[in-house]
Write a protein that binds this ligand. Structure first.
Ligand code: CA
Length: 226
């Protein structure tokens, strides 16, 4: 999947770019509206992430001009909390969806995949992921371990989903933080450790239950049961 990201705020752009690249997507960043319009017209993208407040050309204008010029690439607008009118206007101008800042990376990813899927050129991700006795159903958001249903919070589920996407892979605290909490999270917080600790206790242990292993100096990984 190739993404055009039109965002002038460096911190937000870096956050999105890093996350998408880690998922294996191609990312091109435009730092102002005119560049965004130029690149968007070249048509080599599966989806466009478009900020509204941009130098040189407002996001609404970028969106309107792309549509006027026959560019059908799905557009996800990034808006601030208090810009309801902007969102309505953006959708009228031809944007397909919007996401309110601040947002967690996984929410952005889910929206992008949904847009591209709707446009008909993206494979549906597996709805059920599992490792040993642990099964997560993404449709119903239910996690079971063997016969038992686990009572997990949304954040705990988001962490587990990340691990289940790549059992054995080490995820750094920063990666978990930006995936689950978003770019507004404080990198110095120990919230990841606290949540992983809770998740570990809820998973418990058993012969076919995967363990969340601490990899010192790196982060955490889900260890496949033998
Ligand atoms: Ca901006």
């Amino acid at each position: 999947m190739n993404v055009l990201l039109v965002e002038d705020e460096r911190r937000v752009a870096d956050f999105i770019e890093r996350g998408l690249k880690a998922e294996g997507f191609g990312v091109t960043v435009a730092r102002d509206g005119l560049d965004g319009l130029d690149l968007g017209q070249q048509g080599a993208f599966d989806v466009i992430v478009l900020d509204l407040m941009l130098p040189r050309l407002h996001g609404h204008e970028v969106c309107a001009q792309l549509r006027r010029n026959g560019v059908l690439t799905p557009i996800l607008m990034l808006t601030a909390m208090d810009e309801l009118d902007d969102r309505v206007k953006g959708l009228k101008l031809g944007a397909d969806d919007y996401l309110t800042k601040p947002f967690a990376f996984d929410e952005l990813l889910a929206r992008l995949e949904a847009l591209v899927r709707r446009a008909g050129n993206f494979e549906k991700p597996t709805e059920r992921v599992s490792c040993g006795a642990l099964v997560f159903d993404r449709e119903s958001m239910i996690v079971t371990c063997g016969e038992q249903r686990l009572d997990l919070t949304a954040k705990e589920i988001a962490i587990l989903d990340l691990f289940l996407g790549a059992p054995g892979k080490v995820f750094s605290r920063q990666r978990i933080l930006s995936s689950v909490w978003g770019y507004d999270s404080d990198p110095l917080t120990n919230v990841v450790d606290v949540y992983v600790g809770r998740l570990r206790r809820k998973l418990g242990s058993g012969p076919d239950v995967p363990a969340i292993e601490t990899v010192r100096g790196h982060g955490y990984r889900l260890d496949k049961p033998a």
